[in-house]
Design a protein around this ligand. Sequence first.
Ligand code: ZN
Length: 196
Amino acid sequence: MGQAPTDPLVSLKQSGLRVWNYYWHFRHELKMSEDELREVGIEGDDLFIRPELIEPLKQADRAFRKQGYELIVKDAYRSPELYELAYRKRHARWGKKATDRLYNMKDKPHTSGLVVDVNLVDPKTGEQVRMRDPKHDDDGAQTIGYYKDKDDPTSREYQRLQDLLIETMLAVGFKLGVKREFWHFEWPASGQRVVQ
Ligand SMILES: [Zn+2]
């Protein structure tokens, strides 16, 4: 079992939010067995988080629904052991450079239970909304601003969706991470929160 933060964690699924556990769904591609996942704290398609994040996530979800989308959480609390496992597997599959670009092994921000990776869902189809093209665009498309100066309709739509995601998450109190991924949001620890 992973080492849990001192405060209790709650299930996102039981809190009524949409969940899509990245590691669970990609376990075959990442070559992670169900036993390996269980050892680092993942038992199926759910995610866990510190309870104070539930209300801001629901608030963001309500804002997205007004725009015709729904929030889906793809990653939340990660045990330090899950970080190690995921880093090792990604390193083996995609190499050091691609892994280091995304994996903040120094801070391991997801171990706080105060961090989420999110996306939007189109409720009419149930499909996750595409905000980048990983097949055709380079790894830079994982970071904020990649499509900003591109003028084709697809790039403009990706930029619009990323702007909607980021503006809404920041409006409910999240901040961006040091890796500047457009899907990764951190809830400031109580001592750091800026009162507006
Ligand atoms: Zn993240």
